[in-house]
Design a protein around this ligand. Structure first.
Ligand SMILES: *[C@@H]1O[C@H](CO)[C@@H](O)[C@H](O)[C@H]1NC(C)=O
Ligand SMILES: *[C@@H]1O[C@H](CO)[C@@H](O)[C@H](O)[C@H]1NC(C)=O
Ligand SMILES: *[C@@H]1O[C@H](CO)[C@@H](O)[C@H](O)[C@H]1NC(C)=O
Length: 256
């Protein structure tokens, strides 16, 4: 459903919505309340460009297939996926990185204790509209953390699952939701590289961590295009539990 007071977008976005369920659409209810930030402006212009190109070149054909295997993954300085793996799922995650602080020591450094994020199926966007995918985390961070029932504002991406840390401190991805079961994986960090802007959490390459009784669906997972998530430099003036908002792309690779 589109509620828009911006007529130029109504037609364009409705066309895009009919193109594919994966097409990001604009829910103007979320953004009318204030003027657009630079990330939002970039995102909406890219949506507009994409639709304009589609309208010029296509006669409203059947939706294109969502083949994600060749989706371009910008991994920065991280090593490539291991040979024999194929890209199988892509999500935008939106949540918090959690830290604890020793409040008795102003020069203490926050310690990471976990992360919690809701993950949204971005596989089709990664395959079909990669230039839009890369603009989504900077917009997602400006919207409230989504509830499971919501899509990822301001698009209508579907829920894929959740990211959290296990009781034993293992980063875990459960890609199982009412929209389908795309598997699960516990991870360990294999490589990290600072985000292009170091005020965002580093980009990571992760591989499977063995967890008793859990069969991992994926061999390698990348955290890329991060926004936010960095703790304060010291615990001065902090509470004992700190949550820092973040958004990121996660790319899931599995054996052929
Ligand atoms: C959801 O993910 C699956 C697996 O990657 C993919 O085949 C499907 O097209 C995705 N759906 C959307 C709407 O992106
Ligand atoms: C306070 O934290 C700093 C930085 O971690 C550490 O070097 C120092 O020993 C700590 N002081 C106390 C009293 O724990
Ligand atoms: C982190 O923050 C979330 C959101 O408030 C919370 O549910 C979770 O228990 C926190 N702690 C850890 C260790 O993930």
């Amino acid at each position: 459903m589109l509620f828009t007071t911006i007529p130029a977008f109504t037609f364009l976005l409705t066309s895009l919505a009919t193109l594919s369920a994966a097409a990001p659409t604009l829910d103007v209810r979320q953004v009318n309340a204030r003027s657009w930030s630079e990330p939002e402006e970039k995102y909406y212009h890219a949506v507009g460009d994409r639709v304009a190109r589609f309208v010029r070149t296509a006669n409203f054909p059947a939706p294109p297939a969502c083949n994600i295997e060749n989706a371009p993954m910008n991994r920065g300085a991280l090593p490539p996926p291991s040979p024999g793996l194929v890209l199988s799922h892509v999500v935008v995650g939106r949540g918090t990185q959690n830290f604890t602080c020793d409040t008795t020591n102003a020069s203490a450094i926050p310690v990471q204790v976990g992360a919690v994020a809701t993950l949204f199926n971005s596989s089709c966007i990664a395959g079909l509209y990669p230039e839009l995918l890369s603009l989504m985390p900077p917009v997602a961070i400006r919207h409230a953390k989504p509830a499971d029932a919501d899509g990822l504002a301001p698009s209508n991406l579907w829920l894929s699952g959740h990211h959290f840390f296990t009781a034993g401190g293992v980063p875990f991805f459960s890609l199982n939701s009412r929209n389908g079961d795309y598997g699960q994986v516990g991870c360990k960090k294999d490589g990290a590289t600072p985000a292009p802007d170091p005020k965002n959490v580093p980009w990571l390459k992760m591989s499977t961590a063995h967890l008793d009784g859990i069969e991992a669906t994926y061999s390698e997972v990348y955290r890329l295009n991060t926004v936010g998530g960095q703790p304060p430099e010291t615990c001065a003036g902090q509470k004992d539990h700190i949550e820092v908002e973040y958004a990121a792309e996660y790319w899931f690779w599995k054996s052929k």
